[in-house]
Structures are given as structure tokens and as C-alpha cells.
Design a binder for this molecule. Structure first.
Ligand code: UD1
Ligand code: CA
Length: 457
């Protein structure tokens, strides 16, 4: 746009109604702090610098924002205009505009902000206010317009008479200002109102009185400006954000059997024709390929899943799965798990920090930790990789085509060579050469006629 644009995010308020020991703007919606949603929307706008006004629990908020925004403290919260005044030093002498918004409106879309900023700049207004028409305006500032339909004033709930309270056009709390007239208007603001606060909204009539043009732009989707003041609104925001993410996936060709019971964080990618069953939770940097069946009951955190995988009743964290992998039910894949194409991991199996080569199978009741398993390996039921000696973790290597019988303990560090067999029930402590058979169990003894004698004792 070629215009100087600064953003100022107000985040000093206490957020009393949250009844929380955590700063309001750090409460999460769809897995991310509310203020991060606001910063993400701003990041897609042509903005040169982001300033954040902190106050209540400033240390946590500033720590959270470290390196991403310049913070200014408001030690006493005397109102929204007072909050803006705290940034005076950083704004004075700057040309251009400042967009002022709140840290507790996580649903605001970048496109809405971009459009608002552009219209403001093009209009030449000294101030632009974003407004919304809502069914229940309670608690918001009401927009008063003159006979020409132009904004004249904003009246807070506490200061409104019954006729004003009936107005359903409200102040979203998002503004664009030309910096010099904003700074001079702030000087004229008083606390002459019901709440004894410095209201930022008072700059509107002040500017109009000085003959400056002021604009108001109504947002299309009033949902976007929902301000989160309590935990109910937090849940409402969560619900809306979740539906948006799911709608995006469905529009891109993903089937979601029951959106009310599917949870996908923004940023997760899911390929075409993949089906998400109820109870699916996809988080973090997770990426899923095409034609997969995910769920019921699957939680993936920072996982990469290939195409045509079938996962059911499983928790996986920081794991990478190739194409055509089947896993579950009741499977736990811990960080560092790498499964090759067409690997099968069955019920009650836990895998950690291990590679499993293509077409290998670990179908039943196993623990595999710190192991490198080749391709085409069969791991029998109940095999345990004994990776920890009480002090250190050691690695186990199972080469291509090996067959490990049921109920085997592989005591690391140990290698089972290519194509070797390990007899069921063995506890293997020494390397097994390629192509050989290892039996490491007590030889069976059978006492003839023992049972009859025992019974007639
Ligand atoms: C404000 C607006 C109201 C608008 C509503 C939209 C004023 C006077 N009123 O009311 O017209 O409809 O937002 O949600 O501006 N903050 C500070 N320091 C302060 C006071 C507030 O940083 O001293 C921050 C809060 O953390 C919050 C934002 O400013 O992020 C808005 O404050 P809040 O008290 O929620 O204002 P509302 O009463 O909701
Ligand atoms: Ca508010």
C-alpha cells in the first residue's frame, strides 16, 4: 500500500470475568493464545510494527510475545484511551496510521482487517470505526448516527439511555486512525462518564468537532468481532473457530463424519478424500495425506501421515508414517517413531524413537523402544525390546526379513541379523547372526505320569 501503518493491540485489562490466574489474552482458542490469533491476522496486513499494551500479568504476556511485538506497560488500567496514551512516545512524530484493536477478539479475519485498513486509507478519514449489527448488543458501545447516516458518537452501555440501548449497531473496538489527529484528540479526553474511565471512543466526537472526517464500516460477519470476556464466550469462540477449520477441510475434499465430534487445529493439513471419524483430534503441525481413514478415537500431535493409512484408536506424537500404514486399535506412537510404507502396528503396541521398515508387522501387545527394524520383519505377539538397563537406553537392531517369535525379550544393545529367527519365549542378550536361529529359553522337561501320582498323594 506504501503507507506507514502501525498496529496497537490493547491487552492490559484484567479480564476479571474469566476468573483466571492466567492473563486473558493468553487463554487459548483452537490451541493458540487469543493474542496470537490477533497477531496472525495482523501479520497478513501491510503493517510495519506491532505494539502491544500490557498491564495485568504483564510479565507473562511480554514473555509470550518476546521478539514478536514491542510492548508498552500500562501500570494502572484507567480506560482504553489511557491504554493508547501509553504508546504516545512510540507514535509521536510518526507519519501514517495506527490500527487499534483488542487482544481478546480471536475470530477477526485477516481479510476483514485488510479491507478495513484499505478503506480507511482510501477514504482520507482521520478515524475509521469497525462496527457490527448484532442481535444482542448488551455490553457493547452503541453507534449513534446523524440524519445523514454518518457516525456521530459511541455510547457505552453504562452511559446509555433506553433508546440508545435499543440500537443494535455496536462498536467492535477496532479502529484505524491517522496518528497526528489521534494524539491531539487524546489530549482532550476526560473521565466524565459513568465508569470514570478514559474512553477511546470519545475521540470520535472530538475529531468531528474539529471538523475532521470520521468513517464507520460495518463488518459483514458479526461473529468475527466476538470479544471474549468470560469462559462461556471462550467456548463460543472455540466452537466457531473449530467449525471454520472443519468447513475449510470439507471444502477442500475431506469427509468429516461428525463435525460436532472432530477437533482440528488451524494449520493442520488433510489430503483429499481422507475420512475423519468421530473422536479425531488433530493438533500442531500435523499433515495427513490422501485417502486415509482416521479414527474413531485418534489423536495426532505434530505427526506426518502418508496416503491411504488407516488409523483407529491411537495416540501419536511427533511421528512420521509412510503410505498405507495401518495402526490400532489401542496403539501409542511416541516421539521419534518412523514407520515405512505398509507397516502394520496392531493392538496394544507402543513404539518409541524407532524406525520400522516397509511391510514390517508388529501386530500384538509389544513394546518397541530405541530400535531400528528393517523391512519385512515380523514381530510376534508380546515381544518386548528391553531398551533400558536402569541407567542408560541402548539401541536394538533387527535386520530385514527377521522373524522374532512370540514373547521374546530383546535385551539391548543387541542385533538380530538379516533373515534370522528368534524362537518364542527367548530372552536374547547376544547378537543373532544373519540366517541363524536363536533359542534362549529353558529346555522343557516332561514328567511322565506325574499328575496321577499327585492327585492320589
Ligand atoms: C470497549 C469499547 C466499546 C466496544 C467494546 C468492544 C471503550 C470505552 N469501549 O468496551 O465501545 O463495544 O470495547 O469489545 O473503549 N484495555 C486496556 N487498558 C485499559 C482498559 C482496557 O488495555 O485500561 C484493553 C482490554 O484489555 C481489552 C480492550 O482494551 O483488550 C477493551 O477493554 P474492555 O474493558 O474489554 O472494554 P469494553 O468495556 O468491552
Ligand atoms: Ca471487551
Amino acid at each position: 500500500m506504501g503507507v506507514d501503518m502501525t498496529a496497537l493491540v490493547l491487552a492490559a485489562g484484567e479480564g476479571k470475568r474469566m476468573r483466571s490466574r492466567t492473563a486473558k489474552v493468553l487463554h487459548k482458542v483452537n490451541g493458540r493464545a487469543m493474542i496470537d490469533h490477533v497477531l496472525s491476522a495482523l501479520a497478513l496486513c501491510p503493517i510495519d510494527a506491532v505494539l502491544v499494551v500490557t498491564g495485568h500479568d504483564a510479565e507473562s504476556v511480554e514473555k509470550h510475545l518476546a521478539g514478536r511485538a514491542v510492548c508498552v506497560r500500562q501500570t494502572e488500567q484507567l480506560g482504553t484511551a489511557h491504554a493508547v496514551m501509553q504508546a504516545r512516545e512510540l507514535l509521536v512524530g510518526k507519519p501514517g496510521h495506527v490500527i487499534v484493536l483488542c487482544g481478546d477478539t480471536p475470530l477477526l479475519r485477516a481479510s476483514t482487517l485488510q479491507d478495513f485498513v484499505q478503506r480507511h486509507v482510501e477514504s482520507g478519514a482521520a478515524a475509521s470505526v469497525l462496527t457490527a449489527e448484532v442481535p444482542n448488543p448488551f455490553g457493547y458501545g452503541r453507534i449513534l448516527r446523524n440524519a445523514m447516516g454518518q457516525i456521530s458518537k459511541i455510547v457505552e452501555e453504562a452511559d446509555a439511555d433506553p433508546a440508545t440501548k435499543a440500537i443494535r449497531e455496536i462498536n467492535a473496538g477496532i479502529y484505524c486512525f491517522q496518528i497526528p489527529p489521534l494524539l491531539s484528540a487524546l489530549d482532550s479526553i476526560t473521565t466524565d462518564n459513568e465508569q470514570g474511565e478514559y474512553y477511546l471512543t470519545d475521540v470520535i466526537p472530538i475529531m468531528l468537532d474539529s471538523g475532521l472526517p470520521v468513517a464507520a464500516k460495518k463488518v459483514n460477519d458479526a461473529e468475527e468481532i466476538l470479544g471474549v470476556n468470560n469462559r462461556r464466550q471462550l467456548a463460543a469462540a472455540e466452537q466457531i473457530m473449530r467449525q471454520r477449520t472443519l468447513d475449510g477441510l470439507m471444502d477442500a475434499g475431506v469427509t468429516i463424519i461428525d463435525p460436532a465430534h472432530t477437533y482440528v487445529q488451524a494449520g493442520v493439513q488433510v489430503g483429499q478424500d481422507t475420512v475423519l471419524y468421530p473422536g479425531t483430534i488433530l493438533e500442531g503441525e500435523t499433515v495427513i495425506g490422501r485417502d486415509c481413514q482416521i479414527g474413531p478415537g485418534v489423536r495426532l500431535i505434530d505427526c506426518h501421515v502418508g496416503d491411504q493409512c488407516r488409523l483407529e484408536q491411537l495416540l501419536a506424537i511427533e511421528s512420521v508414517l509412510g503410505n498405507g500404514v495401518t495402526a490400532g486399535p489401542f496403539t501409542y506412537l511416541r516421539p521419534g517413531t518412523r514407520l515405512g510404507d505398509e507397516v502394520k502396528i496392531g493392538g496394544f503396541v507402543e513404539v518409541k524413537n524407532s524406525r520400522v521398515g516397509e511391510k514390517s508387522k508388529i501386530p500384538h501387545l509389544s513394546y518397541v523402544g530405541d530400535a531400528d527394524i528393517g523391512a519385512g520383519v515380523n514381530i510376534g505377539a508380546g515381544v518386548i525390546v528391553v531398551n533400558y538397563d536402569g541407567k542408560t537406553k541402548h539401541r536394538t537392531i533387527i535386520e530385514d526379513g527377521a522373524f522374532v517369535g512370540c514373547n521374546v525379550n530383546l535385551v539391548a544393545p543387541v542385533t538380530v541379523g538379516r533373515g534370522a529367527y528368534v524362537a518364542a519365549g527367548s530372552t536374547v542378550t547376544r547378537d543373532v547372526a544373519p540366517g541363524s536361529l536363536a533359542i534362549a529359553r529353558a529346555r522343557q522337561e516332561t514328567k511322565k505320569d506325574w499328575a496321577r501320582k499327585f492327585r492320589h498323594r
